[in-house]
Design a protein. Structure first.
Length: 311
């Protein structure tokens, strides 16, 4: 991949240039990344292995956890490595590949969270038609559509950045490659490209946000007419989803529609949806969901039982 630039690699500034802070961050974010992979992988395995967790909600949850693993794996390993190594460079091809992966999985997660809101709306507001409306075939088609939508969005963002001319300097004031930091390094007028980037991002973020808000309003109105037991059961899953949406969608939407020139601010916000939210998702869905906790206990009890029999 050659865009005719004199710059063939970039330098990732990272989160800090203080050696002491870098060592602390290395240990902390390595621990966070291990939690992200282990926690989300546990949810995927639990949903796949449990016969009780066969509803569309858990089908989407397993894909959400899988996307979280992929999403964090695009940014976290490089960020962790930058804390220790002296050579903080990333090749132009590697930078573009990381940019593609970031937008692909980020956009896919936005779509899946939006679909999960529709799933909760159907389950709570139209319970008698739920099994008819949310068939397994439809769920698969929705997930495929989310992947395709994420791919198309990512291609737009990636192609816009790929053909920008870079003449130097080559320092990216971020811990991963994204469009806005690259726009500031381009040696050409990037106003038109910036407008296209923000428009593309904003259309997705605002449309999904509108769907989420409408579904939440309808759900809240519907809960008033239900019994206290039904309301409590609905809120256990609905509350988990809305918590995840706030943690991920808030900061993510901010960066999608906010053409900020303050990259330090962007780095702080980006940590929320690349590290904090993927790490918190498994805790939110397990601590607030009795079915998931019960399925995990049964899975581990069966595994412990089989190990005892082998011994």
């Amino acid at each position: 991949m050659d865009n005719g630039s004199s710059v063939k690699e970039f330098i990732l500034v990272g989160l800090s240039d203080n050696p002491g802070v870098q060592k602390i961050c290395f240990v902390m974010f390595l621990f966070f990344y291990m939690i992200i992979v282990a926690g989300n992988l546990l949810i995927v395995i639990t949903v796949i292995s449990s016969q009780r967790l066969n509803s569309p909600m858990y089908f989407f949850l397993s894909y959400l956890s899988f996307v979280d693993i992929c999403y964090s794996s695009i940014t976290a390993p490089k960020m962790i490595a930058v804390f220790l190594v002296e050579n903080k460079t990333i090749s132009f091809v590697g930078c573009i590949a990381q940019l593609f992966g970031v937008h692909f999985f980020r956009c896919t997660e936005i779509f899946i969270l939006t679909v999960m809101a529709y799933d909760r709306y159907t389950a709570i507001c139209r319970p008698l038609h739920y099994t008819i409306l949310m068939t397994r075939r439809l769920c698969r088609q929705i997930v495929i559509g989310s992947w395709v939508g994420g791919f198309m969005h990512s291609m737009v963002q990636t192609l816009l950045a790929t053909y920008l001319p870079f003449c130097g300097p080559s320092k990216i004031d971020h811990y991963f490659c994204d469009v806005h930091p690259l726009l500031q390094l381009a040696c050409t007028n990037t106003y038109a490209v910036g407008i296209i980037v923000v428009s593309n991002r904003g259309m997705i973020a605002l449309s999904c946000f509108f769907i989420l808000v409408v579904s939440y309003i309808v759900i809240l109105i519907s809960l008033k007419n239900q019994t206290s037991e039904g309301r409590h059961k609905a809120l256990s899953t609905y509350g988990s989803h809305i918590t995840v949406v706030i943690l991920f969608f808030g900061p993510c939407t901010f960066t999608y529609i906010h053409p900020s020139s303050n990259l330090s601010e962007d780095k702080s916000v980006a940590l929320c949806y690349t590290v904090i939210t993927p790490m918190m998702n498994p805790l939110i869905y397990t601590l607030r969901n009795e079915e998931v906790k019960s399925a995990m206990k049964k899975m581990w009890s069966r595994r412990m039982g089989s190990e005892k029999e082998e011994v």
